[in-house]
Design a protein around this ligand. Structure first.
Ligand SMILES: [Zn+2]
Length: 100
């Protein structure tokens, strides 16, 4: 889900990304109430990405004889790829539901 272009399910009006990041927000057009798990999804994506990055780095360092090179590669490429993976996981976990 892309919250930068969130549209209200009731009236179709655009809701700003700052509002959608709040746990509970209202559509400025019709007042429909929504619940967002933005912060929980952010926490889970950070934890999953960090665990995966550390796990891959540890396994590669243990299996390779050139572990200093593995650590250097992990810091250079691993951090960048982890950043993109974390953004992808966050988008997959993000849910915005109408509040009843
Ligand atoms: Zn609306």
């Amino acid at each position: 889900m892309n919250i930068d272009h969130f549209r209200c399910a009731v009236c179709g009006g655009a809701v700003g990304p700052r509002e959608v990041r709040q746990p509970l927000f209202r559509c400025p057009g019709c007042g429909a109430c929504y619940r967002s798990n933005y912060r929980q999804a952010m926490r889970w994506s950070l934890l999953l990405t960090l665990a995966l990055w550390l796990g891959v780095t540890l396994v590669a360092a243990l299996l390779s004889e050139a572990w200093p090179r593995v650590l250097l590669l992990s810091l250079e490429l691993g951090l960048i790829s982890s950043l993109f993976l974390g953004m992808l996981i966050h988008r997959l976990l993000l849910r915005v539901r109408p509040e009843r």
